[in-house]
Design a protein around this ligand. Sequence first.
Ligand code: PLP
Length: 395
Amino acid sequence: MIAFKTVKYHIERESALNSKLPHVGTSIFSTMTGLANQYQAINLSQGFPEFDAPERLKATLNQTVGQGMNQYSPSAGIAPLQQQIGALVERKYGLKIDAAQAVTVTSGATEALFVAISAIVQAGDEVIVFDPAYDSYEPAIHLAGGIAVPMALRAPHYAIDWPLLEQAVSDKTRAIIINTPHNPSARVLSKADIEALKGIVIKHDLLLISDEVYEHITFDGNTHHSVLGEKALFERAFVVSSFGKTFHCTGWKMGYCVAPPKLTAEFRKIHQYVTFSSFTPAQFAIADMLENEPEHIDELGAFYQRKRDLLVNALASSRFTCLPSEGTYFLLLDYRRLSDLSDVEFCEYLVKEVGVAAIPLSVFYHTPNDDKVIRLCFAKEDATLLSAAEKLCQL
Ligand SMILES: Cc1ncc(COP(=O)(O)O)c(C=O)c1O
């Protein structure tokens, strides 16, 4: 009798379920990794490091757990980590902040982005997002009742047409989301881009969410122009970063948001109900790394530039065209000399027949588009990159 009642209840509940994200299915990243495992292909699709986190970071995490620091932290993060983030912001971008009022530690950049969007987007608000973009922005805008307005960036340069962007600003526009260094294009916004952005944001009284998770990974002398380095922009911005990218520990899901106190107050109201606080032992370990091994961050650009160069050189005799990679740990390849297949079909062929998993660029687009470009992640061991390149050169 009780069992019957339970089944009936589930049926009624299911028919009442109206998906809030009806178009969202399994992500291409899970699909490609699944195929890479099934076909034993080299996986350059998903964006995570193959190598381990620094020894000091792991040792301090173990010690912290051993010492019993295993309970909730303050919702905004432990004070030593907030202060180290404040010191990093000052050292890198010359901005002095009151860390207690401006820094919130989050469970990855993904949480910070979700919370920032939830904090400012009201029903009917428009948010300008670049197209292609990291896949978490649009669903978060949609869940907040807002509308994502895509601004197309096209191969091979993925340059921003600022006058066109300004035309997309309406009386409903609430914010712009930028991402530099940019995933998936691997381009870095220039000083001129930041100036153009500043003009538009101030003129139209907009808010800004700046996703800077690859802030320490730029190449060939390309400087990362952070919104934290532009006081007039920072006054109206949430700047988001990720320790997962910086310390090769994506699985820890540790990130943070820096914003002026007024915006931070709204951010924290939501953060406390999304997760309340983030993994306490990792906060101590990261604070220790920032204080005692700052060279890790300072050497990160050179570390990844060497890997990028290794892969680009190993692909030199291939029929792919490597597009410029100025930052992040991604390299885009144009394959139009090799195939007329769509980028999704081409990636399926690569993983099944060639033994290399990549991501088709079209999946990052809101508006359908196929420039015959695929994305490779080079945060991998040298031997992995060389084996993948050898396979790709055979095409
Ligand atoms: C542009 C961008 N933003 C945010 C994230 C998410 O970072 P986290 O793993 O810290 O949530 C990623 C991860 O791939 C990313 O590429």
